[in-house]
Design a protein around this ligand. Structure first.
Ligand SMILES: [Zn+2]
Length: 348
């Protein structure tokens, strides 16, 4: 894939981070090179695209050793599903790179690495590398010093003095959405109503299509036979957040959710927090609460990166991806994918 001749628009910025166009080129190249392993889907439009202002399709890849019925847009496939979701907050630039490397690891290791080969033979490995493509365009528009756009770029509620209008896509889900209190220019503006944004509709549409509903009422646990694991990558703080995020009441599967979180934490060293313990803030309208709350799938937020040091914050130098973040995340992702077969039971 590295032999592809690159042309404008720029495919990287800030020392090597991939732009939205870079991810799109990569997704297309991977799908073309590995038709036996990859299905590439357009799962919906970004806000700008819905407005006829350019914008992007939101892309999802399903990676597996394809056999009939695999990676279909339904919930009846035979292989358990692991979903990796990244860069919903555009300025959290490490996250898309982790997704990029995960894609490359999977397609390049099939038939060569026994563990990855076994994963592709037995799991559907879904990846949404850029959940907020319009936002990433803003971030990458200043390649030497990326802009700190967090939200999508929906400015229909008005312009902002900060220059960063938009809706926080991780507060916009259809599950326990809370109305705005601070106004549309706050960094966590949740939108005019639950699920108002096309990016939210796209990801909820995909996940509701591929995962069956194994969960009853909000205070009832998921069925023990639930399969699947969902990880959404954020920055920063070096922690793992498990449901609930919207309330200080414990989730019905809290013990099992924390137990699986701790297994992944063994690789990253990130402590696991839930809304009812330790984290100090609530996240109503998050992607993870929505998926766990509506489908019962164990869903985690990884806050990648330290608060201090040379690889801290939203904009670590690009070499930090290879030196620090990928070595921590790679084994955690492999573990999560293995766990997707029976996530409420413990793997060794
Ligand atoms: Zn974030």
């Amino acid at each position: 894939m590295s032999s592809v001749a690159y042309s404008s628009p720029a495919l990287t910025y800030y020392g090597g981070y991939h732009t939205t166009a870079g991810h799109e080129q990569h997704n297309a190249a991977v799908a073309a090179a590995h038709p036996d392993l990859v299905k590439l889907y357009d799962i919906g439009d970004s806000w700008k695209k819905t407005q006829g202002q350019g914008g992007h399709d939101i892309q999802a890849l399903c990676i597996t050793k394809l056999t009939p019925g695999d990676c279909a847009l339904n919930s009846t496939g035979k292989k358990p599903k692991f979903v990796l979701h990244a860069q919903i907050h555009a300025r959290e630039i490490v996250t898309g790179e982790i997704a990029y490397r995960w894609i490359d690891l999977l397609v390049s290791s099939y038939g060569a690495d026994p563990e990855i080969t076994a994963l592709l033979d037995s799991r559907e490995l879904w990846v949404v590398p850029i959940a907020n493509p319009d936002g990433v365009d803003v971030v990458a528009s200043n390649p030497a010093r990326p802009l700190l756009q967090r939200k999508n770029v929906d400015d229909s509620a008005g312009e902002c003095l900060s220059g960063y209008a938009g809706v926080d896509l991780n507060r916009n889900s259809s599950f326990h959405w809370d109305p705005d209190e601070g106004g549309p220019c706050t960094e966590m503006y949740p939108g005019a109503k639950a699920g108002s944004e096309p990016e939210t509709v796209a990801i909820q549409g995909l996940l509701a299509t591929i995962f069956p509903d194994t969960k009853g009422a909000v205070d009832e646990p998921a069925a023990p036979f639930t399969s699947g694991v969902f990880l959404t990558l954020h920055s920063y703080g070096n922690d793992i957040l498990a449901p609930w995020g919207y309330t200080r009441t414990a989730a019905p599967d809290r013990a099992a959710l924390v137990a699986l979180g701790n297994k992944m934490s063994a690789f990253t060293g990130y402590p696991v927090f839930t809304g009812d313990g330790g984290i100090g803030y609530l996240t109503p309208g998050s992607t993870t609460d929505w998926l766990y709350g509506t489908r019962g799938v164990p869903s985690y937020t990884f806050e990648i990166g330290p608060r201090t040091g040379g690889c801290a914050g939203f904009l670590p130098p690009y070499p930090c991806v290879s030196s620090t973040f990928w070595p921590l995340l790679k084994p955690a992702l492999v573990y999560a994918a293995r766990a997707a077969a029976a996530p409420y039971r413990q793997l060794p």
